[in-house]
Design a protein around this ligand. Structure first.
Ligand code: SF4
Length: 299
């Protein structure tokens, strides 16, 4: 059996920064450091930080008064910062700068008088954070896609969740620009999302099955599996070898492996070791040299 390994895969710069922030906060302020929502959508990462003294909670109101809290990479609505102030919490912001960019676009275009449509998935943490920034309508590409009943001439801006399917987002944007006449499109899919999906498309031409390593809660992992299937290859999203059904791989000679932006590479290595292939070939589509500065506390 031959394994084709996607490059780039795994951690993006926003995830590296968010994990670094929790580790640096633990060092600087000592445990416990509270984390609002999973710092990134991967249970292995969350458990590793919890072992060092991080405590993950779902609501800011669950953080004890006067504590230190890191807000997750997905971004948070303004209410969360208000609750933190009222509880005298020290907030260290782990929001990915590429998500903050979307928040800033919402403020700018709202001030310019444009109505905002956000393409995204209802209930995802990033969407909750972005929708809290300004009044906006959600366009969810998984549901009956209903556009707002605004006047066709109204000035509109389209923003997107950062981790959606590139192809589905293009279709969603087209249906919006077909309907409204005065539309500014800000396609906010991030470089990591775009690169990982592009590399799955290349893998799909070479292999009979693609395993995506990562969490079922991770939007970008789910999209990698969807992209593989849309490109004609069977694909499964697994946390590690314990989720692997040997029937899936028993007659397969060429397996593609990739991982989402929140998946540590050691989980990928664990699956490869379990499969014990004759050969591992990297399939590289591009280099990634992105990194983000840390918050002022840690500079
Ligand atoms: S997937 Fe993109 S937007 Fe999300 S944390 Fe990574 S770089 Fe930032």
């Amino acid at each position: 059996m031959k394994v084709y390994l996607a490059v780039p895969r795994g951690f993006c710069a926003g995830v590296v920064r968010a994990i670094d922030i929790v580790q640096l906060a633990l060092k600087k302020f000592g445990p416990p450091i509270y984390v609002k929502h999973q710092i990134v959508h991967n249970q292995f990462v969350v458990n590793s930080l919890d072992e060092l003294g991080a405590i993950t909670v779902e609501n800011v109101s669950d953080v004890p008064m006067g504590s230190n809290v890191v807000f997750s990479a997905h971004g948070s609505p303004p209410e969360d910062y208000e609750i933190a102030r009222s509880r005298n919490l020290k907030v260290i912001d782990g929001t990915c700068p590429l998500v903050t960019k979307v928040h800033n676009e919402a403020h700018k275009y709202s001030k310019d008088g444009r109505k905002i449509i956000l393409i995204g998935h209802k209930g995802h943490q990033e969407v909750i954070g972005t929708m809290g920034q300004e009044p906006m309508e959600l366009f969810d590409d998984r549901e009956d896609k209903e556009l707002p009943s605004w006047n066709k001439e109204d000035p509109v801006v389209v923003l997107t969740q950062t981790t959606l399917s590139v192809d589905d987002t293009e279709k969603s944007i087209k249906s919006i620009t077909d309907n409204f006449k005065n539309v500014v499109v800000k396609n906010d899919l991030c470089y990591a999302t775009t690169n990982r999906q592009e590399s799955v498309k290349v893998l799909a031409k070479k292999v009979d099955l693609i395993l995506v390593i990562g969490s079922s809660e991770s939007s970008n992992c789910n999209r990698l599996r969807d992209v593989a299937i849309d490109n004609g290859v069977q694909s499964y999203l697994i946390n590690g070898s314990k989720d692997l059904d040997l029937d899936w791989v028993k007659d397969i000679d060429k397996i593609g492996i990739t991982s989402g932006a929140s998946t540590p590479d050691l989980l990928v290595d664990e699956v490869i070791n379990f499969l014990n292939p004759d050969e591992v070939v990297e399939v590289k589509i591009t280099d990634e040299n992105v990194s983000f500065v840390l918050p002022d506390e840690f500079k």
